[in-house]
Design a protein around this ligand. Structure first.
Ligand code: C5P
Length: 223
C-alpha cells in the first residue's frame, strides 16, 4: 500500500543502514537515518562549545535545531541538513562517535528528535532506521525489522565502512567505542535498544545484504 512505513532497528554494525537504504531504493520510499540526527546534534553541540554533560544547555540548544533531508535523485542519496548547514560530512568524526550515546540518552534531546522523526513519517512512505523506531518513534508502522549479527561480524563491518570513508583508527579503539555505545544504548532508561514485540528479527551474521533485502521484500510484498 502507498503510505506505509518500515521501521528498522538494531545495534551498530548490524548492517541496518546499508539494508535500509537499499530497501528504500527498491520500494521508492524515503530513507531516514535517525542515528545521523543524534550524530548531528552531537557534532553541533561540540562545535558550539557547549559541555555535552550540561543537560539543560544541550536540551535548550537541541530544541532550536531544524532538520531537513535533501534527496539526490536518481542515486537515492539522502543528505541531512540542520539549520541550513549540511552536516553529513562530519557525522563520522571520531569525537562524534565517542560522545553520541551520551547525548542520545538525554530526555530533552530524544523528545525533540522523536517529534522531528514523526514529522518526516507523517504521510507514510519512509524506511526509518535507528534504535527505537519500532518501539517508540513509529510503533504503528506497517513493517518492523530488528537486525542482529555476531559481535565480530559487526566490528568487521564498521571497520570496513570507516576505512572506505578514509578514517584512521586501531581495531582496539573501534572495539572499545562500539562496546561502550552498545552498552549505553541497551542500558539507558529512555528508549533502550530492544526489538518491538511484533518485529521480525533477522540474524544477519551469515547473510549478504542482498539476502537480507530479499527477505524483507518478501515480507513487505506478502509472499
Ligand atoms: O546508527 P548510528 O550508529 O549512527 O547511531 C549513533 C548513535 O545514536 C547510537 O549509538 C545511539 O546512541 C544513538 N541513536 C539513538 N536512537 C536512534 C538512533 C541512534 O539513540 N533511533
Amino acid at each position: 500500500p502507498p503510505g506505509f512505513n518500515i521501521a528498522i532497528d538494531g545495534p551498530a554494525g548490524s548492517g541496518k543502514s546499508t539494508v535500509a537504504r537499499k530497501l528504500a531504493q527498491k520500494l521508492g520510499l524515503l530513507y531516514v537515518d535517525t542515528g545521523a540526527m543524534y550524530r548531528a546534534v552531537t557534532y553541533l553541540v561540540l562545535k558550539s562549545g557547549i559541555d555535552p554533560a550540561d543537560e539543560s544547555a544541550v536540551t535548550a540548544f537541541t530544541q532550536g535545531l531544524r532538520f531537513s533531508l535533501v534527496r539526490f535523485l536518481p542515486k537515492g542519496v539522502v543528505d541531512l541538513w540542520c539549520n541550513g548547514e549540511e552536516v553529513t560530512p562530519y557525522l563520522r568524526e571520531p569525537e562524534v562517535s565517542r560522545r553520541v550515546a551520551e547525548i542520545a540518552a538525554l530526555r530533552g534531546v530524544r523528545e525533540h528528535l522523536v517529534r522531528c522523526q514523526r514529522l518526516f513519517a507523517r504521510k507514510g512512505g519512509v524506511v526509518m532506521e535507528g534504535r527505537d523506531i519500532g518501539t517508540v518513534v513509529l510503533p504503528d508502522s506497517e513493517y518492523k525489522f530488528f537486525l542482529t549479527a555476531a559481535p565480530d561480524v559487526r566490528l568487521a563491518r564498521r571497520e570496513k565502512e570507516l576505512l572506505a570513508d578514509g578514517r584512521h583508527f586501531t581495531k582496539e579503539e573501534l572495539r572499545r567505542e562500539m562496546n561502550y555505545r552498545d552498552e549505553m544504548d541497551l542500558k539507558r532508561e529512555i528508549a533502550p535498544l530492544k526489538p518491538a514485540s511484533d518485529a521480525v528479527v533477522i540474524d544477519c551474521t551469515s547473510l549478504t545484504v542482498e539476502e537480507v533485502v530479499a527477505k524483507m521484500l518478501r515480507i513487505c510484498r506478502g509472499v
